[in-house]
Structures are given as structure tokens and as C-alpha cells.
Design a protein around this ligand. Sequence first.
Ligand code: GLN
Ligand code: ZN
Length: 764
Amino acid sequence: MATTHNLGLPRIGDRRQLKFSLEAYWKGEIGADDLAFTADQIRSSNLQAQQALDWACIGDFSLYDHVLDTTILLGNLPPRFKQSESLSPLDRYFQAARGRSTDDSAPLPAAEMTKWFDTNYHYLVPEFTSETRFELAADNLLQQIKETQGRNIKPVIVGPVTYLWLGKTKDGSDPLELLEQLLPVYEQLLKQLSETGIEWLQIDEPVLVTELEQPWRHALRKSYYRLQSQPIKILLATYFGTLKENLQLACELPVSGLHIDATRAKDEVEKVIDWLPKHKILSLGVIDGRNIWKSNLNALLDWLEPIQNRISDRLWLAPSCSLLHVSVDLDIETDLDPEIKSWLSFATQKLFELEVIATALNNGQESVAHLLADNAKAIQDRANSQKVYHPQVHQRVTQVTQGMTQRLHDFSTRQHKQNQLLNLPLFPTTTIGSFPQTKEIRQTRRNFREGKLSEGKYRAAMEQEIAHSIRQQENIGLDVLVHGEAERNDMVEYFAEFLSGFAFTRYGWVQSYGSRCVKPPIIYGDVERQADITINWIGFAQSLTEKPVKGMLTGPVTMLNWSFVRDDQPLALTCNQLALALRDEVLALEEAGVHIIQIDEAALREGLPLRRAEWSGYLDWALNAFRLTANGVQDQTQIHTHMCYSEFNDIIESIAEMDADVITIETSRSDMALLDIFESYEYPNEIGPGVYDIHSPNIPNTENILKLMRLAQQRIPAERLWINPDCGLKTRQWQEVIPALENMQQAARILREEIASKNRQILA
Ligand code: GLN
Ligand code: ZN
């Protein structure tokens, strides 16, 4: 018999109930009891959703983040959050998560947040010093176990090695030195869990799919040799990729079962079966927890039946990873095209797929014949659908030439021509694209979407916003203006709506961090540009001013990385289709007389594979797609790109190969330390290191901006520097933005004057 289980479910609720409760709690509109009520409801409906499984997962729910929960479980909350004795444990938890317990409480520096492996989920980084001491605080987990009595439940926790690996030491010490301290706490936890009658415990060690140095591999060995003495069965879970050189290690660790990601590491399954000792359970994550397509159940069964014959009762089946990373429930989507809907499967549906597979394996395919037939039909319909395949798109991709990805001339030739055309001063000032998205703007967009506002009225309202932002920028004296992006709800969804091959859900939210969710569009078919996207807005903005207005686009790699992607063709091909569609928009903008075009690649870096050895493969096609989008323009047209991060030291040469004339990046928070790379590497083109941290409501003063720019000047020649904020201003308020940009403009004036007076001295 194959056994079914689950690794985790979304926690936000099918209609983002958790988000709304959290935000109401932070605003002081509801109390802790109300919040706890919402959480209980979500937990119990998650348990309900797992009813048919042999083992339901618990302990995966979190009010904010499961890594922060682990921090609490291990008694590792940083001391700065322990000071205010008046705070309840819940408020202390939120203080660590967001820097403040409620919206009007005094702020503290929140724990750092970063991406969970290669997902778009962010976790709160554990903090360590060599002084760190751990202490078990398992009440919360034990309470949850008590509430679910009578069910076959399998709690899940983050493993000790992954926990240390995810954290950062604040004093430069080695986190592994804490392992010896940490293991007794895990031992104690395992013991307490076994005393409640828990038979199986899932311990997540996704570090096993990364390139691990020897001490980390050793730490895994040491940990599980220690933990094996506890009277509980451990299912060691890995996910998000292949085990490669860690495969043998993973198989040999003394645990009772091993879970592997059988969607991304399917080719390793045979080898794992060979290596895994015969008394161990093998859990195969066969349902893709990272994407929203229906599984091909018949193909899966063909593949699984011989495996089951080989390992029989030792076979467990599950989703590849926690279903946290997919949308919650497809059934509540009422607006999706029914044909496309029939190809999809969200978290709830994925658990059902699992059930069907297990039933077919255990009771014979006949027992679920009609379900398998339905599935076969859906898979076939998708493969043959007119909606998916557009031959002309494929043909166009095959006709892409090397030349299409290259500018006509080198940067210095272009720079000369661009200077002549644009005639910008030294240290040109600009912004990253968006201006404050006020309540009125959102309401106008909503009214239009719901049919309450005519197209003409909507356009007039948006034009008024554009005129307002152009006026503000002219008053400040900025050199390169933007239209402000008032018409955009989201930088990916807005563009996707003008492209073929994209579908949009209403409730398909996925948690990004805490109460923040994103709703990735679904790329189901070949992508082509259906109509002009930005031309009218930019054209209107340009008609109001003598200053150049930047065209503003989202790049192909970001469109791809922030969507649910096709699994029926290589990512590189989908990315090239996106690139051609956006190239059409770039050329149309140029044709319409727009001289500066910015192509945002906010999400380029996050597509990097978990293993460094695979980086170059990704960068090759991703950067090529950017170049295909951008580089069809004339020398005079200035291409900008923007990236929302600055840790690109390790990919700086690839970034330079994009050959954008100007790149704007995020650097302000690190006092330009992130520009250190430019001491050893001469970035060839122009660069705007963000001098205004838009993530904070604080208004940067001129002094500070000057300080940052002087640091930048030590590394990059003045002729190649721009001055700009570090990201778009949509989340800010006008009353913050105007003085901040005035200070930025003032800093530019001072810098220009300094250079001019130096030049005068040289002449004299
Ligand atoms: N142009 C976008 C904006 O200004 C860029 C946003 C981003 O980089 N995330 O909002
Ligand atoms: Zn940005």
C-alpha cells in the first residue's frame, strides 16, 4: 500500500482571511482573540482539506513566518525584542517580524527578511552570535497537537542544520559552532513530541539540494546521528531540487524515511531507491508544489507502478514541497475561462490528485477509472488547444538572430550621440517610474474595471494624474521625467493584460511575506503583443513638457519570474516570446519619438538557480532575452534598466553584458558599501546608485545624498553617474516624495557646481 501525506498548506486562507485579520489587529481594530479565531479557522479547514490523507501535516501554519516560529520554538528571539516586558508574546512576535507590534507602537529594527530558497516567499532571518543560547518553547506546537487528537498527524519542523544555514551571525562567528548547543534542544523537542503519542515527525532540511561545504555535510551527519536515539520516526524532507553530490549522504542519514522532490529531481529517484537502506520509507513528492498545472495522473501512474512493485509498502506519496507556494483553491475562481480552468490545480485540488493516485495504486486503476479518464482528457485538451499554440510565434522565435540582440554600435559611440540629442547636465536626475498611488487613483481604476466608469472618463482621470506628476517633476527641476504609472495595478499584471497567453485569477493569491500576498498571472500559451501598451500614456506625458519623458516597461525576465510559468516548453523559449512581444513595444515607443526607454528587471536576480553551477545556463538565456527586448533601437535611443537590489557583485559581468546605457540600482541602505565591486570591476556604462531609500518614510536630506554620491564618485567617474531614488515611489505619499526629490535635485546642483568650479580652476 502506498501511503499519502502532505508537507504543508497555504496559511492565508482561501480569501486572504489571515491578511485582513492581521492588518486589522495591527491597526488596533480587532483583538488578539479575533485574530486567534481566524487562525483557528484556517488551521481547522487545512486539517479538513487533508482528511483523506494517511498523514495530515500540522505545525506548518504560521501567523507570519514559519522560520520566525522556529526561532521562537528554539528560544532564539534576539535580545532587543525581549526588553519591553509589557508586550504579550504575540506582540513581541510581531515586533520581531515587522519592527513594531501594532501600527502605532514605537519601531525597533525588525529582523532581516530574505527569500526562502528559490521561491518568492520571504522568511525572517535568524540572528546568532557566539553567545547565542537556545531554550525549547514548544507550547504552541504541543497545543496544536492536542487540538487534533484522534487524527493521524505528522508535525513538521525546520531541521537544525537548515535553521543554522538560514541565519546570520552578527559577530562574524561561525553558526555551525552553535550546533552542539542546538541539538539538545531538538532532542528535548523530539522527546516531548513522542510523549504526546506522535509517531512520525517531518524535519525539513532543504539545504540538501544546495552546494554544501564539508562542515555543513558533517553537521547533517552529526545531527541525525544524535537525534536517532529519540523514540520518534523522522521523515527527513528535502525539496526544490536535485540532491546531486548530497544524494548518498541524504540516503545514509539514520532516519526512518526520506522525502525527495520527484518533480525537479525525477531522474534521481532510481538512484535513491538503490542507495536507500531497505528499512527506510521513501516519500516521493510527485505533485508539483511550485506550479498550478494539473498533474498528468496517467503518466505518473505508469511511472509509479514499477516503483511500487519494487519498494511496495515503503512508498509514500506527497506534493513535492509545501503547497504554500501555490494558490489556495481553484473552485472559487468564477471568472476564469472554463477551458483554461480545466487545466489547473491549486493546493486543494493537488491534495485530491494525490488521493486519486494513491487509490489507483492501492485499489487498481479501475477504482478511479472515470477520474483518470477526466484527467487524461484535460491533459490532452491542453496539449491540443488552439489557445496554447500559435505557430507564428514559434516561427518568429526561430528567426531571432544574434544581431537582433546587439546594439548597432558600442557604448561610447552611442553615448556621444545620446548626449548630443538629450543634452543632459552632469549627474542627471530622474526617478524609477512610479509616483504615489493614492486612494483616489486606486478607486478610479477599480471603478473602471467594474464598469462604473466609462473609458473616456477613466482616461481623463489618469491624464489628470499624469499632468499632476509632470508638473511636480518640473517644479522640482528633474532632468528626465516619468509619467508616474498611475494606470498600473501591478508591474507584471498590467503588461500581461496586453499580451496573449496570459490568464488572471481573482483569488489566486500566494503569500510573499507576512500579510503580503501576490497574485501571479498564469502563462498558459504563446505570448504575443496584442496592442500598444504604453505609447499613449507616455505620449501624453511628453506632450506636456520640453524635458524628455522615459518610456517605462517591465522586462521579459521579470514578467516570467513573477508569473506561474508553462511547464510544456522550456522557460528560455517562453522568455524569448516575452522578449519579442516587449521588443515590439520598445520599437513602437522609439517610433513614437520616445528617446529614453527603461526596461525594469526587478526580478532578474531571483531566478538564479540554487546551485551556482547552474547559474550560467540561466544567465545566458535570461540576459539574452533582455537584450532581445532592448537592443533593436537606434544609437540615439537611450536604454535604461532598473534592478531592485544591489547584491550583484557575483553577476556584475553578466549585468554589464546586458549593455543597457544606464542602470539604476538599490544601494542607499548600505551606505554605498554595495558599490565596492566597482573598485575592482570597471562597469562600462552609466549608473544611477539609488540615493533615496524609498522603503522608509524618512526624507533623505541633501547632506546625506551628497555623502552617498561622493562615495559613488570615488568608484565611478562623474560623467557616468546619475542621481535617483532606489526604487519606484508608488508606496510613498506626495508630501514625502516632493521634499525628498527637492533635496536630491539640490544635491545634483551642488555636485555640478563643484565640478564646474574645478574646471574653471584648471582653465585659469
Ligand atoms: N518602474 C517600477 C516602479 O517605479 C519599478 C518597480 C520595481 O522595480 N519593483 O514602480
Ligand atoms: Zn525597484
